[in-house]
Ligand binder design. Structure first.
Ligand SMILES: N[C@@H](CCC(=O)N[C@@H](CS)C(=O)NCC(=O)O)C(=O)O
Length: 212
């Protein structure tokens, strides 16, 4: 049994499969070569059945030899401390990686998630479109200048930024060739492909268990 356990739901509907955020932690472990188990809490009654582990009733959360933490970003930064593959140890590269990891969460995802939520809720003239367009345009300028965001190579900041940007509605929004190439580059990595396939497979197996 490995020290690291990634917790996710035991099942989700087809729509979010491949996008559920346990994938961020699986991907990081795959990149870093860290052994991990995946365990589940029930999707049904999720708002109340694991509040002691995740106070918002969400997933993922991580267990590292008894140390427990929730928030995918926190889990990623925790894993990054265990592997130079995810975050360089030299101070300048580490600072740049930290900066872009927080930017993925607090400058990009903070607008993309409410934007797609309003979009799928059928909101006409989504009021967040201008804001999101500006942020993604600024990021497009950055990605036009470099392959990876920090330290001159792939880091956990790219893992997170690419995961935020690969949401199909966001990816299809506007024409941003550098961003599209970046997402394609990140998601072509074997570690992403394994994490993605494993998540899909887990939920497909859960379909069979639910039906039976
Ligand atoms: N900020 C949290 C967000 C977690 C989150 O949105 N998780 C989704 C799955 S990807 C979830 O649990 N949704 C079910 C719900 O909110 O009821 C994180 O990054 O861990």
């Amino acid at each position: 049994m490995s020290e690291l356990t990634i917790w996710t739901y035991d099942w989700v509907p087809e729509g979010p499969r491949g996008l559920v955020r346990d994938l961020r932690l699986r991907w990081a472990c795959e990149e870093a070569g860290l052994a991990y188990d995946v365990r589940t809490v029930p999707f049904d009654e999720r708002q109340t059945n694991h509040l002691a582990r995740q106070p918002f009733g969400q997933i993922p959360f991580l267990d590292d030899g008894g140390l427990q933490l929730f928030e995918s970003g926190a889990g990623l930064l925790h894993l990054a401390r265990q592997s130079d593959v995810l975050m360089p140890t030299e101070p300048a590269g580490a600072a740049e990686t930290l900066q872009w990891t927080i930017a993925a969460l607090n400058s990009i995802e903070m607008v993309t998630v409410p934007w797609w939520f309003l979009t799928i809720s059928g909101q006409a003239d989504n009021p967040l479109t201008g804001w999101m367009s500006q942020r993604l345009g600024q990021l497009e300028d950055v990605l036009g200048q470099r392959q990876w965001l920090a330290a001159g190579r792939f880091t956990v900041a790219d893992l997170l930024m690419a995961d935020v940007l690969r949401v199909p509605l966001v990816r299809a929004f506007g024409q941003r060739p550098a961003t599209e190439a970046y997402v394609a580059r990140a998601t072509a990595r074997p570690a992403f492909r394994k994490a993605h396939a494993d998540q899909i497979s887990q939920f497909e197996q859960a379909d069979a268990a639910r039906a039976g």
